[in-house]
Design a protein around this ligand. Sequence first.
Ligand code: GDP
Ligand code: IMO
Ligand code: MG
Length: 434
Amino acid sequence: MPIVVVVGGQWGDEGKGRIVDLLARKARVVARYSAGNNAGHTIVNERGEFKLHLVPAGIFYPEKTCVIGNGVAVDPEVLLGEIDALESRGIDTSRLILSDRAQVIMPWHKRLDQLDEEMRGDAAIGTTGKGVGPCFIDKVARRGIRVGDLLQADDLTGCITTTLAYHNRVITGVYGGAPITFEECFDVYRNYGIRLRSHVGDVQAVVLDAHRRGEYVLLEGAQGSLLDLDHGTYPYVTSSVPSSSSSGAALGVGIGPTDIQRVVGVFKSYSTRVGNGPFPTELHDETADAIRDHGKENGRGEYGTTTGRPRRIGWLDAVAAKYSVRMNGLSALALTRLDVLDNLPSIKICTAYELDGQIIETLPSRESVLNRITPIYEELPGWQSPTTDVRNFDDLPVQAQAFIRRVETLLGCPVDLISVGPEREQAIIVNPIF
Ligand code: GDP
Ligand code: IMO
Ligand code: MG
């Protein structure tokens, strides 16, 4: 049975959590493979509304195993808080397994995230401030602390002593910040290790054993491909690999790329971005306000799940989206938030860019060039009728059908799933993903 990756196709917040919650119905294992609690995945199902930052969106099904892979940066305080919050709402978290190879976000990572953003000034990335970037820097620098290190007091003492000495020199010398003491860290993190011990296990074995038993495995991506460290709008990206390339999804749970059969890209019916950086189709008008505040009265407008920041809004960028389809080797698209466009008289899709008088159909790699391109739009009629209760493609207004067909053509990939609301059942399954 296939291992299926669900990956964000844009700049994050496409509705990955919502899609994973729906698809998890048929899966045995649901695994997060990258990023940290910079992610915020909203799930609305029969148990209520949940905002998850680390726990995979399969946790609501009692019989599923949920996994946090080695590719994830784990803030134990956030993870334990999330476990406690789920348990307090009656969700069993005993089937949550955490890789001992996952990196741990330490107090200095959060401090450095903030200090570094301050130092960048006007060129700040607009990070979530959760310490995720500095944690991945330590991973690559081979001085990271991993979940396994929290389990042994001796190991933890050694790791903290060495790493803290280095970071205090950076914090005080480079940034002029206040140093962090060993005492601030050791007892707290040792205690986290004791509390997390029962969840630590062999993630690779869980994923591959399920796969070999013929059960479905879902790999839940975080962020979006245009925030990818290698392929995104660098340097305004995250510090990990959200895309499903072998260095992302497969590496993040310790399997080979050939174990993955399908990659589903989640795209909004328009675009959003939080944080700074190029956004070719960004809008600054009343259409942007209408999209951002759609559902705001129910707390469901376009405001960050992790930081609460208003999301920047723009039309669907088919050039960037097609780049994303290719980078991920997508086999299917899940198009979300179609209902948010329900009231608009017309809808635009960016089909090319103009750069210095030339038409281009690829996403430039350099920030200075990205800031100079002008989107070229195709305008489609809106449908101006509600889609939230539609469950069959043929029952959608013809203009909505035409919009979706146009997206498929421009992106060169079939739309297998359409989401018309935040709740689990508010979806049109065009072709079953599993
Ligand atoms: P993720 O990070 O990709 O999981 O996405 P977020 O949870 O950060 O943001 C997506 C938001 O859109 C959440 O508030 C979801 O509840 C909501 N959502 C998902 N799909 C739909 C949809 O089809 N329609 C509407 N109106 N909201 C949706
Ligand atoms: P989900 O999984 C949207 C953005 C930040 C910032 C940049 C770098 O919910 O889609 P970081 O804290 O990672 O160093 O910030 O990446 N970012 C996200 N934007 N959704 C996310 O996750 C994001 N995770 C990081 O806003 O622009
Ligand atoms: Mg999100």
